[in-house]
Design a protein around this ligand. Structure first.
Ligand SMILES: *[C@@H]1O[C@H](CO)[C@@H](O)[C@H](O)[C@H]1NC(C)=O
Ligand SMILES: *[C@@H]1O[C@H](CO)[C@@H](O)[C@H](O)[C@H]1NC(C)=O
Length: 527
């Protein structure tokens, strides 16, 4: 097993080097490949206290701990998609997508988290969005939970209490009942690692808890069980009548050993075990359960720390069986890769106990990789990751549910254009080499509230003017490039559209800054 993994790790870089030499003009997507874009409820909807919605734990953080957000902002209004969803869907039409991945705000449906009261205005809002999508020929992919937990449930323990498995299952049932006649592609939960690490480990996301060695693991455990509960409820109560599919979204980085030393190679395998296999293995492997290497390492570290039990609470056999196979497809979020190394500079570097200390490597992203914010571009990482999943997990059906690059404001986003082309080329290569990738969703349709970064990082193919009460959306260069890829199904590196020329008032937008400078110049001359 370990030897096989090492061989895979090395051979993959070689394969991707070869496939990059294929004539670029031959790089086209299969005819049935599906394209889309993604958003999430808290990041775009606004209307935080309208339409009968309850508080989410992010609404609570925005009020109680605004300093947790870099620019002191919040998502009370965000893109105002609660009121502007028709414009969002018009943009999806402009791009020509097949699919749209949106999320449902749990506290908009169940203001107090539990199904004893279902909010009719919340149901009506998502009915309107889903119906408008379908009327425009766009297939909804619906995430049930993208981090906006009802605050009431957070106060009762949130993701670190075992009861949340019941709470989540009951919520999922409400969604199937109300929307399952039209929604056929469900994603239960978004990014267990990121949610548990930043929410319960590092305290930079709601609910701002800092227990990277204990609660981080409890959260991941409960998310896996909650996913399984929602999956089984669909199987037992809805699948026969509704005939849809249920998957989940797991975020993964690709990892490379900095050198070919045994320590660095083992470090890379360990990093992959904690970041990738920790969530993949219980669901997508034949044997189920957490990866053995993670079980053993956390148990050993816990014993060394004088604890009487492993900080990674073991699953019972019936739980292992219950989780196996509980995804009809994988939603893969992928942004960046990392190098890792393991030498004495790891010692004393991390909190004890913590998942970083358990993994025991130092990570490194070279300055030669183009970067913006926390995203580093290394497109071969996506190819290698897709081949790893194919080889390790019996080639599961994959939708890439997020991939994208941040930028500043402005319409000429060449960094994002380059990133998007290179990563999409990796997808074409992986599909050509047998990876079962059915679709790609760009993150994101438009600029939105980027969690602890507030509005300081922009991930949109459409720029959103956050100072404008109308939250005007304007296509960037990347939107025009994406649209052309979807139309032609070819990644044409020579296509170089002008986002200003595409505007209705192109001349004004283009010449206005020039005119303004002239006026200022004249004014200065006259004074
Ligand atoms: C382990 O320690 C904890 C806290 O110190 C205690 O509550 C628990 O009962 C102990 N468990 C066992 C199996 O001894
Ligand atoms: C560990 O490896 C890194 C990367 O090669 C190197 O920069 C660092 O100096 C090494 N640390 C020690 C203590 O050897």
């Amino acid at each position: 097993m370990e030897v096989k993994k090492i061989l895979i790790l090395f051979s993959l870089s070689f394969i991707s080097a070869i496939s990059n030499e294929i004539d670029e003009n031959l790089k086209s997507f299969p005819a049935d490949f599906e394209f889309g874009t993604s958003t999430a409820s808290y990041q775009i909807e606004g209307a935080w206290n309208e339409g009968g919605k309850g508080w989410s734990m992010w609404d609570y953080v925005a009020r109680a701990r605004p300093e947790a957000i870099r620019d002191g902002s919040n998502a009370d209004i965000a893109c105002n998609s609660y009121h502007l969803y028709k414009r969002d869907i018009e943009m999806l039409k402009e791009l020509g997508v097949d699919n749209y991945r949106l999320s449902i705000a749990w506290p908009r449906i169940l203001p107090y988290g539990r199904p004893d009261y279902v909010n009719p205005e919340g149901i009506a809002y998502y009915n309107a969005v889903i119906d408008e999508l379908l009327a425009n020929g766009i297939t909804p992919f619906v995430t049930m939970y993208h981090w906006d937990l009802p605050q009431n449930l957070n106060e009762q323990g949130g993701w670190i209490t075992d009861e949340i498995v019941d709470w989540f299952g009951d919520y999922a049932r409400v969604l199937y009942q109300h929307f399952g006649d039209r929604v056929k592609n469900w994603l239960t939960l978004n990014e267990p690692y990121v949610h548990c690490f930043f929410g319960y480990g590092r305290g930079s996301h709601a609910p701002l808890r800092t227990s990277p060695g204990v609660e981080f693991y409890e959260c991941g455990r409960n998310i896996l069980l909650a996913n399984a509960r929602a999956y089984h409820i669909y199987d037992e109560e809805f699948r026969a009548a509704q005939g849809g599919k249920v998957g989940l979204v797991i975020s993964m980085e690709w990892v490379l050993p900095l050198t070919d030393s045994d320590d660095d190679v083992q470090g890379a395998l360990d990093y992959a075990a904690y970041h990738i296999d920790h969530y993949m293995h219980p669901i997508f492997s034949e044997e189920g359960n957490f990866p053995q290497i993670v079980i053993d390492r956390v148990a050993e570290a816990s014993a060394n720390q004088g604890l009487n039990a492993s900080r990674l609470r073991p699953f019972a056999q019936e739980q292992i069986d219950y989780m196996k196979g509980t995804a009809d497809f994988l939603g893969l979020n992928h942004y960046s890769s990392k190098y890792v190394y393991r030498n004495s500079s790891v010692e004393g570097r991390y909190d004890v106990p913590s998942v970083e200390d358990d993994i025991h490597v130092v990570t490194y992203q070279p300055p030669s990789w183009p970067s913006h914010g926390f995203i580093y571009e290394y497109a071969p990482g996506l190819y290698n990751l897709l081949m790893y999943l194919k080889d390790q997990y019996n080639n599961p059906v994959v939708y890439i549910t997020e991939n994208g690059f941040s930028s500043d404001t402005g319409l000429v986003d060449d960094g994002r254009v380059q990133y998007m082309r290179n990563y999409m080329r990796s997808v074409v290569d992986a599909v050509a080499d047998g990876a079962n990738v059915k679709g790609y969703f760009a993150w994101s349709l438009m600029d939105n509230f980027e969690w602890s970064f507030g509005y300081t990082l922009r991930f949109g193919m459409y720029q959103v003017d956050m100072d404008d009460p109308d939250r005007t959306r304007t296509p960037r260069k990347s939107a025009l490039v994406y649209k052309e890829i979807l139309r032609s199904r070819v990644i044409d590196y020579s296509y170089d559209p002008d986002p200003y020329a595409a505007l209705p008032d192109a001349a004004v937008a283009y010449y206005a800054p020039v005119m303004l400078n002239l006026i200022v110049l004249l004014f200065n001359l006259l004074m």
